[in-house]
Design a protein around this ligand. Structure first.
Ligand code: C5P
Length: 222
């Protein structure tokens, strides 16, 4: 039996992972955060002191990444024995991840892992290129957007609520816009809406409303 796949793509901090997790829980599907994978490659490179323009070294890291996910809330991310769940969310990783994710061979290695994860279980996968490249046959594709200000505001509130150090909303918005611009203009698998994806603007929607909209789409499609 092939698995049922839900692809959720969109720009940075549009609420994809929050919503994807809840939808997965609701339907008993597994959840895969592909952004965490690119972040883990970036973190490993930074930890090893690799220069961000040393493509050969970064590709080597991506091809041998000892990445593991463990269930939990939030899902726990490990590199070997090291729990990197928090470390992959730092502003240093965020500032460098787009450059790492623009390397073609890094993407080839990540896409192979992602397809393997999606092969057997029903899944909700979120990222930038899931509907266009990783799972182009997915029966449900969502492209989730929200205004840059709203995305920065949500990230700010989220950081505060988690007790994490945070930049101002304005600084967060500038960083988000820069990352979107890099992700949308790279040569390999740029962030773009698949022609058959449903666009969902969440600027004025609650998390619950977004989850409900996607749930209805899944129910109609299944
Ligand atoms: O989703 P998240 O913001 O954690 O993703 C971090 C970065 O990883 C993105 O800005 C993008 O550069 C990269 N990414 C990607 N393709 C994906 C998921 C994430 O290029 N499928």
């Amino acid at each position: 039996m092939t698995s049922f796949q839900v692809a959720i793509d969109g720009p940075a901090s549009a609420g994809k992972s929050t919503v994807a997790k809840l939808v997965a829980q609701k339907f008993g599907f597994i959840y895969c955060d592909t952004g965490a994978m690119y972040r883990a490659v970036t973190l490993a490179a930074l930890q090893q002191g690799v220069a961000m323009d040393d493509e050969a070294a970064i590709i080597e890291i991506a091809q041998h990444l000892p990445l593991r996910f463990e269930a939990g809330d939030p899902q726990q991310v490990f590199l070997g024995d090291q729990n990197v769940t928090q470390l992959i969310r730092t502003s240093e990783v965020a500032a460098n991840v787009s450059a790492v994710a623009a390397i073609g061979e890094v993407r080839t290695a990540m896409v192979a892992m992602q397809r393997e994860i999606a092969a057997t279980d029903n899944i909700v996968m979120d990222g930038r290129d899931i509907g266009t490249t990783v799972l182009p046959q997915a029966p449900v594709k969502i492209f989730m957007v929200a205004s840059a200000y709203e995305r920065a505001r949500r990230r700010y509130e989220d950081n505060k609520q988690r007790g994490l150090p945070t930049q101002s909303i304005e600084a967060l918005q500038a960083a988000i816009e820069l990352r979107d611009q890099k992700d949308s203009t790279r040569a390999v698998s740029p962030l773009t809406q698949a022609p058959d994806a449903i666009r969902l603007d969440t600027t004025h929607l609650t998390i619950e409303e977004v989850v409900n909209e996607i749930s209805e789409i899944i129910e109609k499609t299944q």
